[in-house]
Design a protein around this ligand. Structure first.
Ligand SMILES: [Zn+2]
Length: 337
């Protein structure tokens, strides 16, 4: 199997937000080409890797976009106001370094009079990005409205195998899917591994891909929240924890997973000796919902990697959970649907 952490690190170097996923697609392509028969990109930017089989079509998406920011205007003093690309937790933003798509670095600031604790989940107009410019024209040499940024932070691995990084959602899912692809020996299924675009702004890429591929079954891989941290709003009513294995989703607010897929994934996990958790996510969604509602309906489910502080600069996952997800995806891909 590919080395998960090394693959993740290669992907995170290219991380860009929804709508401009070309850089991470190129990195993924380099890894994926050895494990499939055909690779192509569709018009919305999905990278589709097909491994042909005689049987039914199984689509496995992992979204490759990460959340970020888009400059909306530059004020008179050279500070950059921005819009969110995907959902953010505003309390985690002030003081956070960011990197623009052209390599320019900045740091998020907050207007002096703002009470950050009262901000809602999306960045308010009180936040801005400071690139150290001395004036509006100075800033305009580097940034124009529409220039995108992502968090800027190196991944750290702790002694117990936790990984702290802003890009776990969902470059960890992409790395897990690549690891799974590297494990597949033979499959009767006609496999479509889809590194999807624009999930964080409404599962747009997966919808396009599912309508084109017309799969018989869909299994997405993405991050899910946990109930084991005081930072989580739903920590009292969520059972998932770090380190207890990948989670098989039963429900989130976008999707009630089809029971045949949940049962299929459980059987794959049990037959392969993979410890798993049952996930009921009170709020949130994934590409699974886009597949389920494509064409006349597609049987859909999700394998999740548990994560704390999702959609902040300090997402925390456990490498063993990601490896468990990779093994489960590989088992599912090789089991006839
Ligand atoms: Zn995600």
């Amino acid at each position: 199997m590919l080395d998960f952490f090394e693959t993740f690190k290669a992907l995170k170097e290219a991380a860009l937000p929804s709508g401009i996923e070309g850089a991470q697609a190129e990195v993924i392509k380099k890894y994926a080409k050895d494990f499939c028969d055909e690779i192509y990109t569709d018009r919305i930017g999905n990278l589709i890797c097909r491994k042909r089989g005689e049987g039914k079509k199984l689509m496995m998406p992992a979204h490759m976009d990460v959340i970020g920011f888009m400059a909306t205007c530059i004020d008179e003093r050279g500070f950059i106001r921005f819009a969110a690309v995907g959902g953010h937790r505003a309390y985690a933003l002030p003081g956070t370094p960011v990197r623009f798509e052209n390599g320019v670095c900045g740091c998020i600031g907050c207007d002096n009079e703002t009470d950050v604790s009262s901000l809602s989940d999306v960045p308010a107009t009180d936040l801005y990005i400071d690139i150290g410019a001395a004036s509006k024209s100075d800033a305009e040499e580097h940034i124009t409205p529409g220039t995108c940024a992502v968090f800027a932070a190196a991944p750290e691995k702790t002694a117990d195998g936790s990984i702290i990084t802003p890009y776990a959602d969902n470059l960890a899912g992409c790395a897990a899917l690549l690891c799974a692809m590297s494990e597949i020996k033979f499959s009767q299924n006609d496999l479509y591994f889809v590194f999807s675009a624009q999930e964080e702004v409404g599962c747009r890429g997966a919808k396009v891909a599912a309508n084109a591929i017309r799969p018989d079954m869909g299994i997405a891989v993405d991050l899910t929240l946990t109930g084991d941290s005081p930072a989580e709003r739903d920590n009292k009513r969520m059972a998932v924890s770090l380190g207890l294995g990948p989670a098989i989703k039963i429900r989130d607010s976008s999707l009630i997973c089809d029971r045949p897929v949940v049962d299929f994934l459980r059987k794959c996990a049990e037959e392969s000796g993979i410890k798993y958790q049952n996930e009921v996510l009170p709020a949130g969604g994934t590409d699974g919902s886009a597949m389920q509602r494509s064409q006349g309906g597609v049987l859909s489910g999700v394998v999740s990697i548990p994560g704390r502080n999702i959609h902040t600069p300090g997402e925390i996952i456990r490498e063993s959970d990601a490896l468990g997800a990779a093994r489960l995806l590989a088992a599912a891909a090789q089991t006839e649907i």
